[in-house]
Write a protein that binds this ligand. Structure first.
Ligand SMILES: Cc1ncc(COP(=O)(O)O)c(C=O)c1O
Length: 358
């Protein structure tokens, strides 16, 4: 697939300078085509019968396998969730921590991770990293570890400043269980879960999947309690409710996913070219350099797809003004920062349009 063919997958790019995959990736035509086809099928033929169920199970298997490939993981360790937040809740509830336990996290986490962490019942130690670079971020997190630490809960790519944390070094340095929020990494950088214990995926961002799609990698499914069993948790159950859990991480699947969403997600995953990570790195480097000639750039060089930079005036107003010029970026609350997301579909002209509109 050439770059021009890749861009042509996304009709929105014909009209809009779309630099917001960190919130929602653009939808590709093949993704929406299969979702519409499935909706029509459901409308015409109904949503039941053995064939319907068998096909749904097969679509789940395919998506699970595709996510496993993406993370270089065993499909048996992948749960299909509706979001990163879902995955974080599954882990935090399953661990069943209490005030004798500590979790180390950072002040730069999205609520999708911070919410479950602060609801866990454990004491939370917060490393201050918002204005730090990658190495200092790692050191600040390690400095919060105590003998009571039961979990490190951190993002691979920090949503606000775009910094990439070396999560593998963190695991190696501490030997502690690590929950990685992969919302801004999976699909943006090449991920290998390696020795990480828990790793979340958001389908709707860099993977350009439909809303309410995602996944959770669990290295050792037997070591995590199923705190919120859905029908997919069991391979058999007794009338009283006692059940035999499924052997794989499927036991953590939070519930039904619409067949249209499953098919759309599979189509989105299949759209991504094999050169995507190189192109994202190039696009982000170009964007950073072009912006740095005019404004203060917060994201250090050589990170992922996010480029955060400072603007004068109210950042929410600047975002609205840019939107009026068909340029889509977002602002980071409580900072003077805007964030541009550079995808494998982002062109140099997109960046020029952003700068011109600024
Ligand atoms: C780092 C990070 N974590 C979690 C989330 C929430 O993702 P989801 O909607 O998949 O739960 C986001 C969304 O922007 C994010 O940037």
């Amino acid at each position: 697939m050439t770059f021009e063919e890749a861009r042509a997958l996304f009709p929105v790019l014909e009209r809009v300078t779309y630099l917001n995959a960190g919130t929602f990736g653009p939808l590709a035509r093949p993704t929406v085509d299969v979702m519409l086809e499935q909706a029509q099928c459901d409308l015409d033929a109904g949503r039941s019968g053995k064939t319907y169920i068998d096909e749904m199970v097969e679509h789940r298997r395919k998506v699970r396998g595709a996510i496993a490939d993406l993370l270089r993981a065993d499909p048996q360790r992948i749960s299909l969730t509706g979001s990163t937040t879902d995955g974080c809740n599954t882990v935090l509830l399953g661990l069943g921590l209490d005030p004798d336990d500590e979790i180390v996290t950072t002040d730069a986490e999205h609520f999708g991770l911070a919410g479950p962490v602060f609801s866990s019942g454990a004491i939370v130690r917060v490393a201050r990293v918002q204005s730090l670079g990658p190495e200092e971020t790692l050191e600040a997190i390690v400095a919060e570890v105590t003998p009571k630490t039961r979990l490190l809960a951190v993002s691979h790519v920090i949503w606000s400043n775009g910094v990439v944390l070396d999560v593998h070094a963190l695991k190696e340095r501490t030997g502690l269980p690590v929950l990685v929020d992969g919302a801004q990494s999976v699909g943006a950088i090449d991920v290998d879960v390696g020795a990480i214990d828990y790793y979340t995926v958001s389908g709707q961002k860099w993977l350009c999947g439909p809303e309410s799609t995602g996944a959770l990698y669990v290295a050792d499914p037997d070591a995590l309690r199923v705190a919120r069993p859905s029908f997919f948790a069991q391979q058999s159950f007794e009338p009283g409710g006692r059940y035999l859990p499924r052997e794989s991480a499927e036991r953590f699947d939070p519930g039904w996913i619409s067949v249209a969403a499953l098919r759309g997600f599979a189509a989105a995953l299949a759209c991504a070219p094999d050169w995507r990570f190189e192109r994202i790195a190039d696009a982000a480097a170009g964007c950073r350099e072009t912006l740095a000639a005019r404004v203060r750039v917060i994201t250090p060089p050589g990170q992922a797809g996010l480029v955060t930079f400072e603007v004068e005036g109210d950042p929410a107003d600047v975002v609205s003004q840019l939107l009026a010029e068909n340029v889509v970026v977002r602002y980071i609350p409580r900072t003077p920062w805007l964030r541009a997301s550079c995808g494998w579909w982002t062109s140099d002209e997109d960046v020029e349009r952003l700068v011109a509109a600024l």
